[in-house]
Design a protein around this ligand. Structure first.
Ligand SMILES: Nc1ncnc2c1ncn2[C@@H]1O[C@H](COP(=O)(O)OP(=O)(O)OP(=O)(O)O)[C@@H](O)[C@H]1O
Length: 304
């Protein structure tokens, strides 16, 4: 049995269908992503499994517990980072952690957690004086203070600059390394691709695909393009004779060879055999954003 099991979940707000027939299973130790554009139903799904919202249909089990009826038991074992955490402006970071730790029977050690999240230096700093990245890391610390087996992190890097985002990703990988299962709600392709073992792509309230990032990309295309400038003229046939190659194009002195996943290896080998050096070599392949367009028919809104 998965550590999180969602079967045929549905949720409406009045006439508005927010989530329709959503199913997925998260295995222990995974970073599992729920990826979709704004308004896709990601937060509603997360809130249903946190026990914050009552589903209209379907079943949910988190750690074998029903969030609707076993909310108190679940709260002790589930860490939740809400989309926007606001703490009193004058509360100091250390005070916030001590306060949250007091809610649990067997909390994590606050100082060790601050150290792990790179917050030791701001232990005595008031919340209002923290940078966006530091506030975000405090909200992660608060989600982890109860020593949860599962953590749900919702849009944890929205609004952060690229460096703070990368720092946060490293923190998440460290948390997973400690054995915490993570459900990551995001609309950032790069974040999902970098962090997640598997992803449920959700659009307009429905799961359109669940797979590894590489699996999602492979579903839509295994195509690779190799661009280079050969050190001396070379005929198209040198490449078209290779089984991996589908197409050869020329742009001035540059050659673009398109083929399957083995095309780079095939092209570099044949060039080496012919004593040709490939200058300005570039390899392009489909990414998760191409997969998303193919699965949903549109680009994700990357605006934070
Ligand atoms: N309390 C509510 N009342 C009415 N409609 C709601 C409510 N909460 C969410 N919705 C609507 O339900 C749909 C799904 O919202 P949800 O917040 O789950 O999406 P999301 O994928 O998490 O998007 P975002 O990243 O913008 O939060 C949206 O159309 C949203 O406008």
């Amino acid at each position: 049995m998965g550590i999180i099991e969602v079967h045929h979940l549905s949720k409406r707000y009045g006439e508005k269908v927010a989530v329709e027939d959503v199913s997925f299973t998260v295995e222990r130790g995974e970073i599992f992503g729920i990826l979709g554009p704004n308004g896709a139903g990601k937060t509603t799904t997360a809130e249903c499994l946190e026990g914050l919202r009552r589903p209209d249909g379907g079943t949910i089990r988190v750690l074998g517990l029903d969030p609707r009826h076993e909310t108190a038991q679940l709260r002790r074992r589930l860490g939740v980072q809400l989309q926007e955490t606001q703490l009193p402006d004058r509360l100091r970071v250390g005070e916030a952690l001590d306060l949250y730790a007091s809610f649990y029977d067997d909390p994590a050690e606050p100082d060790a957690l601050l150290e792990e999240l790179g917050l030791t230096g701001v232990r005595g700093t008031q919340y209002r004086k923290l940078s966006g990245g530091q506030k975000q890391r405090v909200s992660i610390a608060l989600a982890l203070i109860g020593g949860p087996e599962v953590a749900v992190l919702d849009e944890l890097t929205t609004g952060l600059d690229p460096q703070a985002r990368r720092d946060t990703w490293e923190v998440i990988e460290g948390i997973r390394a400690r054995g915490v299962t993570i459900l990551l709600v995001t609309h950032f392709m790069e974040e999902a691709e970098r962090l997640c073992d598997r992803i449920a792509v959700i659009d307009a309230g429905r799961v359109v695909a669940t797979d590894t990032p590489a699996g999602l990309v492979a579903r839509v295309s295994d195509e690779q393009r190799v661009r280079f400038r050969p050190s001396r003229p070379v005929a198209d046939e040198v490449f078209t004779a290779l089984p991996e190659v589908r197409q050869v194009d020329r742009h001035g002195e540059r050659i673009v060879v398109t083929g399957d996943g083995g095309v780079l290896q095939a092209v570099t080998s044949v060039l080496a055999r012919n004593g040709i050096v490939a200058g300005e070599l570039r390899v392009e392949q489909a990414g998760l954003d191409d997969a998303f367009v193919a699965l949903t028919g549109r680009k994700i809104d990357q605006g934070a």
